[in-house]
Ligand binder design. Structure first.
Ligand SMILES: [Zn+2]
Length: 262
């Protein structure tokens, strides 16, 4: 049977308080064999741990301070990550990165927090989940400052050009998360993804955000992964089974997880 991994899902969030278990059941029915739950900040931490523990071996928790949560209390938030990172099995440090879309007020702090978490990942040999939005120069600045250490991870919700993909690939052992943007009218992502090697791609929904067509405007959920896989199969001229097999094996390698079969 076709097995997918949703490598970026926030279905542990309050948007799913009414139907979390049903949402997981729908994902399983759709062939989604594992979910990666990236962290955001202290306000999400309890529910992330609690909801992932309901589905061990299926929902994989991660820890990290999200760039849009870097504000006045960033020191306290960062200390929380330092204090909790080694307390249980986390499958990645994330999501971390830079976001200049909503505000650049704390960009210097964002860079500091991003860099420190990249080093934490390196020291523990953990993968990173990187969120980068409207902060290109700052992103390269931080990545340049980390040259010399070998990092592995994923650039989540990738929608850059082929040149950006090539440049980012030069910074380490990186994968690229492909999501709902692939299905959007006027998106250049299908052309770019067609050229990117499949052994560097991961599928993700970013639920509840970035809902793929034809559900755009509604809450996104992990059961929509096959819609993204279908679109990627079309862009690459491949069968959906091949897309599923390779992207699932990429996710297993990156996150060190073993997808349950059957
Ligand atoms: Zn996210």
């Amino acid at each position: 049977m076709t097995k997918f991994v949703d490598t970026h899902s926030h279905i542990y969030g309050p948007e799913f308080d009414e139907d979390f278990e049903e949402t997981v059941a729908r994902a399983k029915t759709a062939g989604v064999a594992a979910l990666v739950f990236p962290g955001i900040d202290t306000t999400y931490y309890g529910r992330l741990v609690e909801r992932s523990s309901k589905f061990p071996g299926y929902a994989f928790p991660c820890i990290g301070l999200h760039p849009t949560s870097v504000g006045e209390d960033w020191e306290k938030e960062m200390q929380f990550v330092r204090d909790h990172i080694d307390e249980r099995k986390y499958f990645a440090i994330g999501e971390i990165g830079l976001d200049g879309h909503w505000s650049t007020e704390f960009m210097e702090q964002q860079k500091k927090v991003f860099r420190e978490q990249m080093i934490m990942a390196y020291e523990r040999n953990m993968p990173v989940i990187i969120h980068a939005r409207d902060a290109t120069e700052a992103l390269y600045e931080v990545l340049d400052s980390l040259k010399g250490i070998v990092l592995h991870g994923t650039f989540h919700a990738f929608s850059g050009s082929f040149e950006t993909y090539r440049r980012l690939s030069g910074y380490g052992d990186f994968y690229f998360g492909i999501g709902g943007v692939l299905t959007y009218k006027n998106s250049t992502l299908p052309e770019t993804a067609a050229k990117m090697p499949l052994d560097r791609l991961l599928l993700e929904t970013d639920s509840p955000y970035l809902t793929p067509v034809p559900h755009r405007g509604e809450r996104n959920e992990s059961s929509y992964i096959p819609i993204i896989a279908e679109r990627l199969a079309l862009a690459k001229g491949m069968g959906i089974n091949e897309i599923a097999d390779i992207t699932t094996s990429n996710a297993e390698k990156l996150f060190g997880i073993d997808i349950q079969t059957g």
